[in-house]
Structures are given as C-alpha cells and as structure tokens.
Design a protein around this ligand. Structure first.
Ligand code: AMP
Length: 413
C-alpha cells in the first residue's frame, strides 16, 4: 500500500548499503523456474515443495514453479553462468517477491518479499560469521533493539544420516504421541519433528537426543569456529538445539534471528539462514560449499509499523503549489512543471481541478507556503502570480524567471 512503501524503501536501502560495504553484488533470478530447481534443491520432502509451491504445466509441457525461495535459483544461476571461474566466494544479494501457498495467518502471506544474501564457494566458518553479522546489522540499522540470534549445527552428510537414525529410534517409540504431520515426518525427515510447533510434540522433543552431541569431528570443529567468530563479533546468540530449519539442503550452521518482546517470548523469525554445502552439487554442479540468509521483509515492515520505528523522512518537503485556470494556462503549466522537475524542485499541482478556490484549499491542507497562480491573463502575457500563503501577499514574476526565483526563495530559508 502507498503508506507502506517508505518502509520497504528503507529496508532496501539498509540492505543495499550493508551488502555494498561487504562487497556483495546484486543478482536477480527469474520468478518462474523449472519446478525441478526447487523439488531437487529445496527438497522433495519439505513442506515448501510438498504443500506450498505453486507449480503448473506450460502449454509446451514444461513443469514450472513460482519461486518459493531464492537460494536454489541463485545456485542454478551460479552453475549455468560458470561462476566457478570467478574469484571465490561469489557474494550476491537480491530482494523480491516469493510465493508459498501457506495457511493464511498473521505475518504469513502467499506472496511475500524477502531480501537474501548468499556467499558461494567458501567453506570457512568466517563466512558463516559474516552472513550472520550482516543479517544482524541490517536489523540493527532498521532500528530493532531486542534481537537475538539462535544458532545450531545440523551436521553434514557424514554425521546427519547417523543422527537421523538415532532420532528415528527415539521418536518411533513415541509415535502415538506425535501430531499427524510429525508421524509423516518420522518417515521422511525426522529432523523436522524438532521444529514442530504443536503442543503435544513439544513435550516429546524435550527429551530427544541433541545433534550437537553427535556431530562428526569436522562439523564439530567448524561449529566451534563459527561460535568463536560470533563471540569475537560480540553478537548476542543462544544455542538452540531444536533449530533445524525446514529445508533439506542445510548442512552445518543454521541460524535464525528473532525479536524478543518484553515478556521474553518471540514473534517468529525475521531472518533465517545457514550453510548449504551440498546444494550446488544436488543441482548438477560441482562441489561448492556455500552459506546464506533470507529476511522476511513483510514481517519486518509489520513490526516497524507496530513499534513506530518510522523511517526517517528526509524527503524534500514540497513548498510550492502550481494552480492554473483555463486551457492555455493548463497547457503552459505542464511545461513549467517539467522545468521545475528538471531543476529538482518539488512542486505540487492538481491539474484536474478547474476552480482556483479548490486549488488554494488543497494547497492550504498540504501546508504549502508558496502558490503560483497561472490564470488566463498570466498565460497570455507570460507572467505568473506568486501568492505567499502565510501573509496573503501576491506579486508578479516573469514566466522565464519563475524557476530561478523560486529556487532562491526555497534555498534562502
Ligand atoms: P524461510 O525462507 O522460510 O527461511 O524464511 C525466511 C524469513 O522469511 C522468515 O524468517 C520470515 O520472516 C519470512 N517468511 C517466510 N515465509 C513467509 C510468508 N509466507 N509470509 C511472510 N514472510 C515469510
């Protein structure tokens, strides 16, 4: 909506300035991709692909999907454009609409916006640290105060399958106490049971084994380093052993940034991300480790609105109103208006109105100081009448001097 645009603009500006600082370049991937990019990439057993992705067959018979997230499209683009040949890591960011057919609820939309940052081609824990730092910086820059980072490691292809087995054994013996979704997850991806929000599953998972105790040596060392970076950066984080994130491709580090309210509860995550060392390979590329994060723009906007975190309105205030009477004046007004635009001086108008009184009323409501009145006589004789709305004093200015004189008046203050 028009009133919300300032918030979206502010978020884009923060993302642009922080990504620019860390030398991330903008990338834009198509909204429509082969459905396979997501079914393979995001994962066939994920809620996103199973329940939420909008897929359809084109007249030519291709199965396509509206992108439900950015990462697989970016990884596909990395492969197709041979970005292995660029200096690594390849650091990119993007922002735009995504689509998920979710159950309608507060803060969840079927078309929503995310900003997204990705670094491909580097396995070092410092990249995880940088991605988390940048995500945190963006929220700080937007004015969020009480934010906290939740972090976990979910291992890699060496230790994750082993842990899944342990977890399956644990949950299988308690199957009847799980919700119906989790009973299905038990077969497909038991890790997902850990982030189920259903009350009955909460109790079962409280006693579940924790992956952190079952990481392989490599993942353990990597995670330790990530935490050391976060300590060094003095970022406020907590270990959350139940954080697994809903996507198949994550390996090692996963994190979410949440806002804590006064009574300590959180309102869902604002940013989420992690490392995905296998995704490029799953999509048919080489072995390229990577790490990234995505922030929910709509959710951030909603919070900014409720917290009255107004974006600073540094936009130039409009002080001039151009009022016109009659056809000739109207025609000439359009040209004058364009001259003001070229001089970058904001001018309000209401070309569709014919009565001077209505136009003066509008100017008054807008708190305008100067009204330029362009009537029949003025248009014929090439001058304009300037009215000071505070004092009511009027004077005439030659048409070819108007822009220059108004510029002086505005700059004098
Ligand atoms: P995800 O891509 O699911 O990890 O989500 C990253 C962020 O996007 C979340 O932290 C939310 O802030 C936001 N998000 C995810 N799904 C939606 C949705 N359906 N509507 C609005 N925001 C969403």
């Amino acid at each position: 909506m028009p009133d919300e645009q300032v918030y979206f603009k502010k978020i884009q500006k923060s993302v642009e300035s922080i990504t620019h600082y860390y030398d991330f370049k903008r990338i834009d991937t198509p909204i429509l991709e082969d459905a396979e990019v997501f079914s393979k990439g995001t994962g066939i057993t994920t809620d996103i692909v199973q329940k939420e992705m909008y897929t359809f067959r084109t007249k030519g018979g291709d199965l396509v999907a509206l992108r439900p997230e950015f990462t697989p499209g970016i990884a596909r683009s990395y492969i197709e454009n041979g970005m292995y040949n660029l200096p690594q890591p390849v650091k990119v960011w993007t922002m735009g609409p995504l689509f998920r057919h979710e159950r309608p609820q507060a803060g969840r939309y079927r078309q929503f916006f995310q900003f997204d940052i990705e670094a491909l081609g580097d396995k070092s824990a410092s990249i995880d640290g940088q991605i988390i730092q940048m995500s945190y910086d963006i929220l700080k820059d937007l004015g969020f105060k009480n934010i906290s980072i939740e972090v976990n490691s979910i291992g890699d292809s060496e230790c994750k399958p082993y842990f899944k087995k342990i977890l399956t054994t644990y949950f299988r013996s308690r199957k009847s106490t799980l919700c119906s979704d989790c009973q299905r997850r038990l077969k497909e991806n038991p890790l997902r049971i850990l982030d189920c929000k259903e009350e009955k599953c909460q109790r079962v998972k409280a006693g579940a084994p924790q992956i952190i105790d079952h990481l392989c040596e490599n993942c353990h060392a990597h995670f330790k380093q990530v935490l050391e970076f976060l300590d060094e950066l003095e970022l406020p984080y907590t270990l959350n052993p139940y954080l697994v994130r809903g996507l198949d491709y994550y390996t090692k580090t996963v994190f979410e940034i949440v806002e804590k309210t006064e009574n300590g509860t959180t309102q869902g995550s604002l940013v989420g991300g992690g490392r995905y060392d296998n995704l490029v390979k799953i999509l048919g590329g080489r072995d390229v480790p990577a790490c990234g994060a995505a922030g929910g723009v709509d959710r951030i906007v909603n919070l900014m609105k409720t917290r009255e975190m107004k974006p600073d309105k540094k936009e130039v205030k409009t002080e001039i109103f151009l009022a016109q009477l009659g056809q000739l004046a109207k025609r000439k007004s359009l040209k004058l208006f364009e001259e003001f635009r070229a001089a970058k001086i904001p001018v309000a108008e209401s070309f569709s109105k014919d009565s001077l009184r209505t136009q003066l009323n509008t100017a008054n409501k807008m708190g305008i100081k100067w009204v330029l009145i362009f009537g029949q006589k003025e248009a014929l004789e090439d001058f304009i009448t300037l009215r000071d709305m505070d004092t009511g004093v009027q004077k005439e200015i030659k048409l070819n001097k108007v822009v220059e004189e108004m510029e002086q008046k505005i700059n004098k203050k």
